[in-house]
Write a protein that binds this ligand. Structure first.
Ligand SMILES: Nc1ncnc2c1ncn2[C@@H]1O[C@H](COP(=O)(O)OP(=O)(O)OP(=O)(O)O)[C@@H](O)[C@H]1O
Ligand SMILES: [Mg+2]
Length: 236
C-alpha cells in the first residue's frame, strides 16, 4: 500500500465529517511515513470517494438513522474481522445490504453517496464500486474487445457496491438475468450492497422478478424515503 499524498480539505465538506470524528486537517495530513496508519487509510479513502462521487453529490451527507446504523455495523464488523484475522487493516468482508426506496428526487442517490462518503472517514479499507443499473448494463453489454464475464465479476465481487436505480430501465430478459446473477451473488456471499430504486415496495416483485425481490428482502435493511421531488422544490 502506498502513502497517499496530503489532501486538500477546503474543496468540499470532508473537513466536517472529520471534525465529527475529532480529526483536524493537520492530523489527517501528518507525515508519519506509515502506509497502514489510520490517517493514511483515511486519506486514501477520501481520495477514492472524491474520484467516484459525482459532482452533484460531492457534499452529500447520510442523514437517515438507518444509514447511520448500517455504517456503524459495517465498521464494527470490519474491526471484529480484523481482530479475528489479525489483519493489518480493518476491511469489509461481509454484512447486510441497504435498499433505499422512494419516488423521483427524494434523495436516494444523495443518501447513498453520503453513506459511502461517511465510510471514507472511518479508516476501514473499502475500495467500493458505484454504478447505476443503466451504466452497469452498458458496461456488460457484449462487444468486441471486452470480456463481459470479467466485467461482471468486477461488480459482483466488489467488497462494497452501489447499484443506483435498480429497476428503472425497461426490463428485458438480458437485464433480468444480469439483475438476478448480480443480486444472487451478493446475496449468497452476503456482500454489502447499497441499492436504490424508485420502484414502489409492493411492486418490487413485479418489476424485478420474485426471486430477486425475495433475496433483496432477506439481505437488505429497507428504507423508504418520502417527500417531494427536491429538484422541483429547488427550482420553484
Ligand atoms: N438531504 C439533502 N440535503 C440537500 N440536498 C439534497 C438532499 N437529498 C437530496 N438532495 C438533492 O436533491 C436532488 C435530488 O436528490 P437525488 O438525486 O438523490 O434524488 P433521487 O431520489 O436519487 O432521484 P431519482 O429517483 O430521480 O434518481 C439532488 O440535487 C440532491 O443533491
Ligand atoms: Mg437517484
Amino acid at each position: 500500500m502506498d502513502i497517499t499524498p496530503p489532501i486538500d480539505l477546503t474543496t468540499d465538506n470532508f473537513h466536517q465529517l472529520l471534525a465529527d470524528r475529532g480529526l483536524t486537517a493537520e492530523q489527517i495530513n501528518a507525515r508519519d511515513g506509515d502506509p497502514f496508519s489510520e490517517m493514511n487509510l483515511i486519506r486514501r479513502a477520501i481520495t477514492h470517494a472524491r474520484k467516484t462521487t459525482p459532482f452533484i453529490y460531492r457534499n452529500a451527507l447520510a442523514t437517515l438513522p438507518e444509514t447511520t446504523t448500517w455504517i456503524r455495523e459495517l465498521v464494527q464488523q470490519a474491526h471484529a474481522e480484523q481482530t479475528r484475522r489479525d489483519a493489518i487493516t480493518p476491511t469489509i468482508t461481509n454484512g447486510r445490504s441497504l435498499l433505499l426506496l422512494g419516488p423521483t428526487g427524494v434523495g436516494k442517490t444523495y443518501q447513498a453517496y453520503g453513506t459511502l462518503r461517511a465510510l471514507a472517514v472511518t479508516s476501514i479499507t473499502v475500495p467500493w464500486i458505484a454504478t447505476s443499473s443503466a451504466d452497469l448494463y452498458a458496461a456488460l453489454r457484449p462487444r468486441a474487445g471486452v470480456d463481459s464475464e470479467t466485467e461482471f465479476r468486477r461488480y459482483a465481487h466488489a467488497r462494497l457496491l452501489l447499484v443506483d436505480d435498480l429497476g428503472a430501465a425497461k426490463a428485458t430478459e438480458w437485464t433480468e438475468e444480469i439483475n438476478f446473477r448480480l443480486v444472487n451473488h451478493r446475496y449468497e456471499n452476503q456482500l454489502p450492497t447499497l441499492f436504490t430504486s424508485n420502484v414502489l415496495p409492493k411492486q418490487l416483485a413485479d418489476r424485478l422478478g420474485d426471486r430477486v425481490a425475495s433475496r433483496l428482502t432477506e439481505m437488505c435493511d429497507r428504507v423508504v424515503i418520502t417527500g417531494q421531488d427536491r429538484r422541483r422544490q429547488d427550482a420553484a
